[in-house]
Ligand binder design. Structure first.
Ligand code: G1P
Length: 307
C-alpha cells in the first residue's frame, strides 16, 4: 500500500467543522405587504432590531465565522445596516451617546459578511444554489430569516451537535398542527431517540391528509456541498419554485439525513400576527419597556381591543 493510500482513511475520518452560513434574503415579502413594498422584510424591526440581525446573532453565538447573504433587487439596506456608518458614529460621538455608539459599531463587526444577488426569485432551492462558490467543499449552515428562534442553546448549535456526531446533513424540525402541514416541509421520521430522527423521506408543503407526520422543517439546516448537484437538476415543484426540500429528498436516497426537534420558541415572523407577537416577546425582555407595554395591553384587554 502506498503512503498516500494509507493516509486516505485518516483524511476521510477527519471531522469537519461548520464555519460558513448562508442566509437567503432575496424573497419579495409578498406575505407582508404593504410594509415590504419598498423595504426588505428582513429589515422590519422586531422590537428594536431588524429581523435579520437576530438570525446573524444566532449564527455568531454558534461560532459561525463567514456568512453569505443572498440578496436581490431593492435589498441594499441590509448591506448598509451591517456596514460602518461614519456620519452617524461622528454624530453620536459629538453628542456623548457612548452606548448608542458602541451598539452601532458592534453591528458592523459581528462577523464577516458577503453578498451575492439572486437575479430571479426562482425559489429557496435556487437561492441556496447561488451559494455554491462561497461554500466550496465545506459543510455549511442555512438560516431562513422568517424564523427567529428564541432558544438556549442557539437553535443552530442544536443542529451542529448532531452534525458533530454523524457528519451528515441535519434539519431543524418542530411539531406543527396537522392543519398547517401545507405551510412547511414535512419529514417522515424514524426515531433514533426522543428528539433525534433519521429522515426516511421529506415532502414540501403536503396537504394535511398526505403529510407523513406533523414534524415540520424550521428554517435551520446544516448541509453538505453535495446538495448543489441535486439543486442543479431539481425541477420546479411546490408553488412553481425550485424547492430545497425536493433537492434534499433526492440527496436522501444517496446518504442519510438527520433531523432534530428543536428546543426553544420559534417566531414565524413571515406571518403578521406572529410578527406582532415576536415584537411583544422581545419588548418584554427590555426592563424599560416591559411595564408600560403590559399596562397598555391590560387596558386593551379590559376594553376589548379599544383604548
Ligand atoms: C420554507 C421551506 C419549508 C420550511 C419553511 C420553514 O418555506 O421551503 O420547507 O418548512 O421554509 O419556515 P417558506 O416559508 O419559504 O414558504
Amino acid at each position: 500500500m502506498s503512503r498516500s493510500e494509507k493516509l486516505k482513511p485518516a483524511v476521510r475520518l477527519k471531522k469537519m467543522r461548520v464555519t460558513k452560513a448562508v442566509i437567503p434574503a432575496a424573497g419579495l415579502g409578498t406575505r407582508f405587504l404593504p410594509a415590504t413594498k419598498a423595504q426588505p422584510k428582513e429589515m422590519l424591526p422586531v422590537y428594536d432590531k431588524p429581523a435579520i440581525q437576530y438570525v446573524i446573532e444566532e449564527a455568531v453565538a454558534a461560532g459561525i465565522k463567514d456568512i453569505l447573504i443572498i440578496t436581490g433587487r431593492g435589498k441594499q439596506s441590509i448591506e448598509n445596516h451591517f456596514d460602518r456608518s461614519i456620519e452617524l458614529e461622528e454624530n453620536l460621538k459629538a453628542h456623548g451617546k457612548a452606548r448608542d455608539l458602541q451598539e452601532v459599531q458592534e453591528i458592523s463587526s459581528l462577523v464577516n459578511l458577503y453578498y451575492v444577488r439572486q437575479k430571479e426569485a426562482l425559489g429557496l432551492g435556487h437561492a441556496v444554489l447561488c451559494a455554491k462558490s462561497f461554500v466550496g467543499s465545506e459543510p455549511f449552515a442555512v438560516f431562513l430569516g422568517d424564523d427567529i428562534m428564541d432558544s438556549q442553546p442557539p437553535a443552530i448549535s442544536q443542529l451542529l451537535d448532531v452534525w458533530d456526531r454523524y457528519q451528515g446533513p441535519v434539519l431543524g424540525v418542530l411539531d406543527v398542527p396537522r392543519e398547517l402541514t401545507s405551510a412547511y416541509g414535512i419529514i417522515k421520521p424514524q426515531a433514533l431517540s426522543a428528539d433525534l430522527f433519521k429522515v426516511d423521506d421529506l415532502v414540501e408543503k403536503p396537504a394535511p391528509e398526505k403529510a407523513p407526520s406533523q414534524l415540520g422543517i424550521v428554517g435551520r439546516y446544516v448541509l453538505t456541498p453535495d446538495i448543489f448537484e441535486m439543486l442543479e437538476t431539481t425541477k420546479a415543484g411546490s408553488g412553481g419554485e425550485i424547492q430545497l426540500t425536493d433537492a434534499l429528498r433526492r440527496l436522501n436516497r444517496k446518504r442519510p439525513i438527520y433531523a432534530v426537534r428543536l428546543k426553544g420558541h420559534r417566531h414565524d415572523i413571515g406571518n403578521k400576527v406572529e410578527f406582532v407577537k415576536a415584537t411583544l416577546a422581545y419588548a418584554m425582555k427590555d426592563p424599560n419597556a416591559r411595564k408600560p407595554i403590559l399596562e397598555f395591553m391590560k387596558t386593551l384587554v379590559e376594553n376589548k381591543g379599544r383604548f
